[in-house]
Design a protein around this ligand. Structure first.
Ligand SMILES: Nc1ncnc2c1ncn2[C@@H]1O[C@H](COP(=O)(O)OP(=O)(O)OP(=O)(O)O)[C@@H](O)[C@H]1O
Length: 299
């Protein structure tokens, strides 16, 4: 049977490498897929390259970093083959970001309303009325009381939890195919974190939007995702269904991450940090892989 779609995936990342100008690789042959309606967690400790994958997909890598090799295919569109301006428009139409820090993500001198409606009008070509109605509906859906009053407020007049709800509403408003959620609960209080996670999960299920969910917390992985990519130093250590990862983690680093998560081990209180010897061993393996890769480049 032939399909009219060039790919059945929402997102396909194939052997993605990101380098610094001096040649040092920060992402190393990262491959992953995201099916429509799926949540894939990207998990690993600080510096693993989780955010960088999200930024590479959205085309917002810092200027000093380059995609040196690999493919990013969003809804069948080969992003790396596009001109920067076509790429920007394609990504803006198909995807949204829920950022880590809601305060810096919002413009402090603009009211909330236009910050939600402007992209709907500018990028998606909606009428002002349609955009206003959608903003009101979504604010209501994320449990913001008095949406009209909130839309007329400035970001500093609202709590951190409310600001993050607003960004969740804004991300879901255009019904994107993909949402990148970059540690969306890290900057919030623990009780607010739980509510925000629940909200993202509910909206994701209702809308069927595929989500790439960046987190350092295996407890969050267990709650939100169906698939997991475990990263260490810009390299995929394990890629498997979430349930399988918790029942039978195959990589020692995944096993160590699970043991190191207090919320997963709250009953036994037997959590322990990722062993330094394991980290050293993984770094040494990666140095060998990099040397072989660079030798291949020079050959
Ligand atoms: N603009 C940059 N220039 C140089 N190195 C960078 C730059 N941005 C990130 N890095 C490095 O790339 C690696 C991956 O960074 P990234 O932010 O993706 O990590 P992360 O897994 O999201 O960690 P965290 O949870 O701390 O944000 C890190 O070693 C980081 O220091």
């Amino acid at each position: 049977m032939t399909s009219t779609h060039p790919t059945a995936q929402t997102l396909d990342i194939i052997k993605l490498n990101v380098r610094l100008a001096n040649g040092r690789r920060l992402l190393r042959d990262v491959s992953l897929t995201l099916k429509p309606g799926e949540v894939r967690a990207l998990v690993g400790e600080s510096g693993a390259g989780k955010s960088m994958i999200g930024k590479a997909v959205l085309g917002i890598l810092p200027n000093n970093l380059d995609i040196s090799e690999g493919e990013i295919i969003l809804e069948g569109a080969h992003l790396n083959a596009m001109t920067p301006s076509t790429r920007r428009k394609t990504v803006a139409k198909m995807s949204s970001l829920i950022p880590q820090d809601p305060l810096t993500a919002l413009n402090p001198v603009r009211k909330i309303g236009p910050q939600i409606t402007d992209p709907l009008i500018r990028i998606h070509g909606w009428s002002a009325d349609r955009a206003m109605k959608r903003a009101r509906d979504l604010l209501d859906r994320v449990h913001i009381r008095a949406p009209e009053r909130v839309m007329a407020s400035y970001p500093h007049e609202l709590s951190g939890g409310m600001r993050q709800r607003i960004l969740i509403a804004a991300a879901f408003a255009p019904s994107p195919r993909l949402i990148v959620a970059d540690e969306p609960t890290t900057a919030l209080d623990v009780t607010v974190q739980k509510q925000i996670l629940k909200l993202i999960r509910e909206l994701q299920r209702e809308t069927g939007t595929a989500v790439l969910f960046v987190t350092h917390d295996m407890g969050v992985v267990a709650k939100i995702s169906q698939q997991v990519t475990v990263l260490f130093a810009g390299r995929v250590m394990e890629d498997a269904p979430t349930q399988q990862v918790f029942e039978a983690p195959s990589h020692p680093y995944t096993q160590a991450l699970i043991k190191a998560t207090p919320t997963l081990n709250a009953v036994t209180k037997s959590f322990s940090p990722v062993p330094a010897e394991l980290i050293a061993e993984l770094h040494s393996d990666i140095a060998k892989i990099d040397a072989a890769y660079d030798a291949g480049d020079r050959a």
